[in-house]
Design a protein around this ligand. Sequence first.
Ligand code: HEC
Length: 124
Amino acid sequence: MKKILKNIPLILIVGLLLSRIILVSCTKEKVAVPVITNAPDPNCPDTIKFSTTITDMMTNNCAGCHGNGGTPPDLTAYASIRDNASAILASMGPNGTMPKNMTKLADTTVQKFSCWISQGKLNN
Ligand code: HEC
């Protein structure tokens, strides 16, 4: 008991310091105001069409191996492309290996797939 009484000044000082730190960090904290704009993504000026651009991209570069019961994921069907979109994008990206053993797709082509994802993976 005596020990605690002896330490009361110390406890008070530490407490004061702590509250001071908390106060300072609170008042210094700036709340980021989200900027909401309807400006179109400059990287994706056009709406990418699944029925032409994405289907052609998959048919010409991927479907030979990824379709008709071949290696998963099936890249000939909308639902499968939609559900595997992130893995598909990564597989074509700088660290990806697809199309396997072939020349990598042009960045502008891969960008279109990325735009299709950010535009909501439409079945358009
Ligand atoms: C020559 C055959 C071949 C072609 C063409 C091909 N793939 Fe693949 N893919 C494979 C094989 C085999 C695997 C299984 C994993 C492995 O062996 O690398 C695979 C795995 C994958 C996977 C799952 C594994 C991962 O990397 O996340 C994805 C996604 C994929 N491929 C996407 C694609 C896309 C997109 C294209 C076209 C741009 C494509 N592939 C073209 C053979 C192919």
